[in-house]
Design a protein around this ligand. Structure first.
Ligand SMILES: O=C(O)CCC(=O)C(=O)O
Length: 217
């Protein structure tokens, strides 16, 4: 099962037991899944707090020269200088909230690294989605560690290998943590596709480290 290997993986795995996490059997990647980062009641409380308090907005991005509204709501929080740009959209961080700082710390304990920003996404129903992409913007540096917390409706998270087109799917459950590290962003894209079924709301938080001129290693 544990086909993935590497130095980063050793550090990532250090703080959690084999029973707490599942290493996804993907080549050219370091991905693990913890179904229960949070107890169900903690996850439900956090979902409500975030849905009711974050500065959700439906941004417009430019794809192939055409401006379009993203099919979900989003919010960007972080340290003051953690500015992030994707698809022509510059995200200036809102200041951390208490709830976000608490869950950030839990992710940092598991991953044994520091994050300085988080992208929050709110999927209102099955017609909200996230297109195929890699988290490979220059601000994220080489081989970024991305900690992804899911709350609310379980949704399928798909990986697609950039060269072989091999696919891998994992259902991201309420209170779970998915960690992507090592070469994952270099070799794989990921996304959440639309569903026709009536689905409930889902919040996803992806904690990241943004490197600016002052803090690039
Ligand atoms: O909602 C998700 O699980 C995916 C989020 C994602 O791909 C991203 O923030 O880059």
């Amino acid at each position: 099962m544990e086909q993935v290997s590497g130095i980063v993986q050793q550090d990532l795995w250090k703080n959690i037991t084999a029973e707490q996490r599942i290493v996804l059997p993907m080549k050219d990647a370091e991905v693990f899944y913890m179904p229960q980062l949070l107890q169900q009641h903690e996850a439900s409380q956090l979902f409500t707090t975030l849905r009711d308090s974050l500065g959700w907005r439906q941004d417009r991005i430019r794809i192939f020269g055409k401006e379009t509204a993203i099919p979900r709501l989003q919010a960007w929080y972080g340290d003051r200088n953690a500015v992030y740009t994707y698809s022509g959209l510059q995200m200036v961080p809102l200041p951390w909230t208490e709830a976000l700082l608490k869950i950030k710390k839990q992710c940092e304990n598991v991953c044994q690294c520091q994050f300085n920003a988080v992208l929050a996404n709110l999927y209102r129903d099955g017609s909200d989605s996230m297109g195929w992409h890699s988290d490979d913007e220059p601000e994220l540096g080489a081989n970024p560690v991305i900690a992804s917390v899911s709350l609310g409706q379980s949704r399928d998270f798909d990986f697609r290998h950039k060269q072989t087109h091999e696919k891998y799917r994992v259902a991201l459950e309420h209170g779970s943590l998915l960690v992507m590290a090592g070469d994952t962003q270099q070799y794989w894209q990921h996304g959440i596709s639309k569903r026709k079924a009536a689905l409930g709301e889902r919040i996803n938080l992806t904690f990241r480290r943004i490197y600016t001129c002052g803090n690039k290693a």
